[in-house]
Write a protein that binds this ligand. Sequence first.
Ligand code: SIN
Length: 475
Amino acid sequence: MQTQMLIGGDFTDAADGSTMPVEDPATGETIAEVAAGGPADVVTAVARAHVAQSQWAATAPRDRAETLRRVWQLMTDAQEELADLITAENGKPLADARGEVAYAAEFFRWNAEETVRLRGELGVAPSGTNRILVHHPPIGVVAMITPWNFPAAMITRKLAPALGAGNGVVIKPPAQTPLTALRIGELLGDAGVPDGLVNVVPTADSAGWFDTCVDQEPVRMVSFTGSTEVGRVLLRRAADRVLKTVMELGGNAPFIVFDDADLDAAVEGAMLAKMRHSAETCTAANRFYAHRSVATDFAERFAAAMAEVQIGPGADDATTCGPLIDAEAVQRMVTLVEEARDDGARVLTGGGVPDRPGHFFNPTVLGEVGHASSIARTEIFGPVAPVIPFEDTDAVIEMANDTEMGLTGYVYTEDLRRGLAVSERIRAGMIGLNRGLVSDPAAPFGGMKQSGLGREGSTDGIYEFCETQYIATSW
Ligand code: SIN
């Protein structure tokens, strides 16, 4: 297990010798002590990324693409080992962790293909006097701040396109899940990523890390995945140096079940949209709006499916939902359920904390929830699902859009015309129409409103890590 930070191609201790514990959320026990970087480490990491980047940017796109493809291969070969690490530090079931590794690796294969397809433009100026030549050089050094819910995939979704475009990188993995990031750092070296191009600097002081990083001259971009609250703080600070930002922030996804929906499919989709990766995803369905005529039936079937969920340590084969990340997350579920009950919601299944060690909460479905209830207005980020009846299409769209968030939405109906029309009216960057899963490396991931800025994945993702330069030329 790698516990030292990666700077300049070497695994080292923090300059001041600091370490921090990593906990197994299924037991609350410490499983590793990891080097905890401070300002001196961040400064060195940026300097090393800067030097390596200028050489990397000059390499042939095909060579960069081949390197990315080797990372995909090595991650794929190491799927089981990486999945074990993810489960150990994040807690998610092994099946989800294996799925995450495949998803994470795929960003390298996809972006290997995009790296050799970065396009420019050549046009004639309207006046006819000159040509307009446009190309896309890399940005420089990119600071990446990633979350604990996908310890591998939220790194690779940024890292692969950034490298493909020719950038250098300094990563701050989350304090809760640095082990997977450090192992990926090792695999990058094995794949031939040059020393210093990618640096992984865990820290126990996120604010200090970011403050130092932003002020380093070579850093020209910040790519962040995490909460909207933290995103706002980083945006303000990045503004001091007018850094480019890509922000993948929080969600509050509506999941709408119309009266003509196939209820079996809707329940299956609801389980996936809610419970994938132990219900700790920003794409998770947060509020379930079911047409009044099917609301009871849907809620009962959904509750029956949730009652089947096996909570337990992610490493146990029988587990289908692991622990939450920490005790604070469990307390948040307790408070949200209490408040919903006070507002008149009925607990159809779950509703409490099981009597076992670790940070668990029983998978919960709440019926007869009001749209104004605080649980419908909060990003839950855990296994609690409120079901809210609705009367008509306009009313449900108004409720779906009645939020500052706009990451994901889900619609279930057998009428494709209605499904598409409703999807287009939901102000969210990603819609699952008769599907409980939207994430795909080949699709643009990102939000509207306060759910974010920019897109990751698809063909858009690599351009986010590029400048646009225009050369006016006459010949
Ligand atoms: C996230 O929850 O931050 C990402 C979810 C995904 O990529 O599916």
